[in-house]
Design a protein around this ligand. Structure first.
Ligand SMILES: [Zn+2]
Length: 121
């Protein structure tokens, strides 16, 4: 009796599958489940929603986050490419920090034409 992955439907041998919350997954999907994408890092949401409630949000920023916020504050708005270039960031760093800042309701993004601008919340 063949089994298939609950996510991608690939056929797997029972003994090669991975069980997670009562479902069977192939190795790839199981790894996916264990390491969700950084953009929705649950820790970021958690810390933003519990520890920062009622506090001065800006005082809890890391130096890298402050750098991004200050840049946008100064410019009014900025594109990702511009910040990567001027702030010496990688795209991944920017994405990660933006996800945190977005959850903290400090920054937001808006789309205009085919460009995304980052601005203060
Ligand atoms: Zn799968």
């Amino acid at each position: 009796m063949p089994y298939s992955c609950a996510k991608c439907d690939k056929q797997i041998e029972k003994q090669q599958g991975y069980e997670h919350q009562g479902k069977l997954y192939c190795e790839d999907c199981y790894m996916d489940i264990l390491s969700p994408p950084k953009a929705c890092d649950p820790w970021a949401v958690h810390s933003a929603q519990t520890f920062l409630k009622g506090k001065d949000k800006l005082s809890t920023l890391t130096p890298l986050q402050s750098k991004i916020v200050n840049y946008i504050k100064e410019k009014g708005e900025a594109t990702a490419e511009e910040m990567i270039r001027n702030l010496d960031l990688t795209e991944e760093e920017l994405r990660r920090e933006f996800a945190v800042l977005r959850h903290m309701e400090i920054l937001r993004a808006t789309k205009r034409g085919d460009k995304v601008f980052y601005l203060l919340f």
